[in-house]
Design a protein around this ligand. Sequence first.
Ligand SMILES: *Cc1c(COP(=O)(O)O)cnc(C)c1O
Length: 364
Amino acid sequence: MALPQPRPGIMDIAIYEPGKSQVKGPARVVKLSSNEAALGPSPKAVAALAASLGESHRYPAGDSGELRAALGAAHTLDPARIVCGAGSDELLGLVMRGFAGVGDEIIHTAHGFAMYNIYAKSVGATPVIAPEKNLTTDVDAILARVTPKTRIVFVANPNNPTGTYIPGAEVRRLRAGLREDIVLVCDDAYAEYVEAPDYESGFALAGETENTIALRTFSKIYGLASVRLGWGFASAHIIGVMERIRSPFNVSRPAQVAGLAALADKDHMALTKAHTKKWRDIALQRLRGLGLKVGDSHGNFLLPEFPMVPGKTAAECDAFLQEHGVIIRRVDSYGLPNYLRITIGDDEEMAIVLDTLAAFMERT
Ligand SMILES: *Cc1c(COP(=O)(O)O)cnc(C)c1O
């Protein structure tokens, strides 16, 4: 039988594996595998979600107008240059569909977020991989890989799963070194967690240039991963392309009202940020104390490196943690088989994961 054949590239995609959410056995499961917010969503966002359910028969606002106005006001950005999506994932896909196709190239970094590669292949474009330096985006390596076929460059800043970032000056140097017809995507999913004084989110560059888009998400610090809400800020030109190809009601009403309420709840966001920073520092010291190599992270997760010693490997640690009901993220698919990514959780979850890691490292 001659089966219907997908377009070129699609069968080359390795299906995205989300962080595990279940293990068999232990009664209590500590899930630290998807960089979700440690303290959950704002109670005000939950109330807004609940209140929206009776309106479920109504289509949502197709232009997410109220939410875009609130985002514009909160970040001092022109709402007309904002686009909302079902997670920033959808927006990554729209940029890809809008600007790249068969025969084109896109560039992402060696351990960049997995979806860049997947969406590139889904449109038949070729992902070109720029090596990193010390698990950090290397601007010169990206610039060296630009060819006449390059259409888009994706940089997650800070990056997932490495947790590293590049300073604003480096992002600007990258933009200045790219041709004007190449889109630069600043994927700033973890921007709210960053404290480094030389960090700059992509907003300024996206405001000053016609060819840069800055992406944000409500899935990470705002704790709304389940409602699927992300947004982007870019030139009228880029927004115009994305508006033409997005589906008309891409952001649900629950997502829009939850986003509005979460945005307004500055206290909850500040609490999440302070909690995350506190535990990130404690966990970093504790893991280093156990003899693990761990770099500084600017997101809500850590990426310890495990020795290639039998009994102490990342794979064995993952198995041990699972036996004890703790789920973290293997990053083999990112080419990092000796590392595990651990999301910062609440107080109880952090006590459990750190004690379980200590038990693993100290067992003989
Ligand atoms: C989590 C994540 C996203 C996707 O977030 P959604 O808004 O949930 O689609 C995008 N980029 C990076 C780097 C992420 O870690």
